[in-house]
Design a binder for this molecule. Sequence first.
Ligand code: KIV
Length: 296
Amino acid sequence: MSLTPIGELRQKITTATLREKKFQREPITCLTAYDYATARLVDEAGIDIALVGDSLAMTMLGYENTLSVTVDEMLHHVKAVRRGVKNALLIADMPYGSYQADPNEAVHNAARFVKEGGAEAVKMEGGEKRVDVIRRVIDAEIPVAGHIGLTPQSVNMMGGYKVQGKTLNAIEQLMRDAVALDRAGVACIYLEGIPREVAAMITAEVETPTIGIGAGPDCDGQVLVFHDLVNLTFGHPAKFVRRYGDAAALITQSVLAFKADVVSHQFPNDAESYHLPKETQAALETVLHRKQAMQR
Ligand code: KIV
């Protein structure tokens, strides 16, 4: 056990811890982490889950949406996060196309995240229609996180990033999705972009811990994208985002100050420079004097 920067005891978080937290009504915290630095910061602050979300397609790689990121690109980031995370549960997102077509391929790709990336669970989008493949992956001893509601990998089917579960039919479908994932034995269910009332009903209905993003305060836990949290996303934030810091302003300020110091010859100064040992300096001066004398 170790301490967070504010003195809390840190314990290793497992999928069992998440269930225990739901049982004890203790909120679960989750942030995305995409590299060694963000992983260390998230883990050392005592966040329960470090999620290597496929949102890294946009936040880290500058893609338009999550659809084009590959298993190999995701793995590169999962490995870096693994090196930075000690106590948080490490969940890796299965990217679009890596689990929809063939259950054997899904198990193979999920196992790569565990064996090569060091992930402790994988996340897959979709409810009822994804349950068979989710069961196959769980049967292969890999914990799975479900993800329903506004599922970004379905952006083309949804016709954009729209809040889901707004009609009675849609609510019924979401409840069926949640119950199907619950029965399949997923480790947690991410609820994204759904009305607060629906998220509350699902959370009360299932034994599995729910983790909300744009799903109101009644979920068992909350997740935010790290870059949204600290303002590194370069756009208008969604309604559900709360910005806790302004890394963009801090970084811009630092970059501008560096540039100004370099162009005005104020960086680096003498104290920031390496110096020759005294004997070498003396020998060098002798050599230089001799050279000058010979040139005269
Ligand atoms: O990719 C991601 O970051 C996610 C979370 C927003 C749940 O799926």
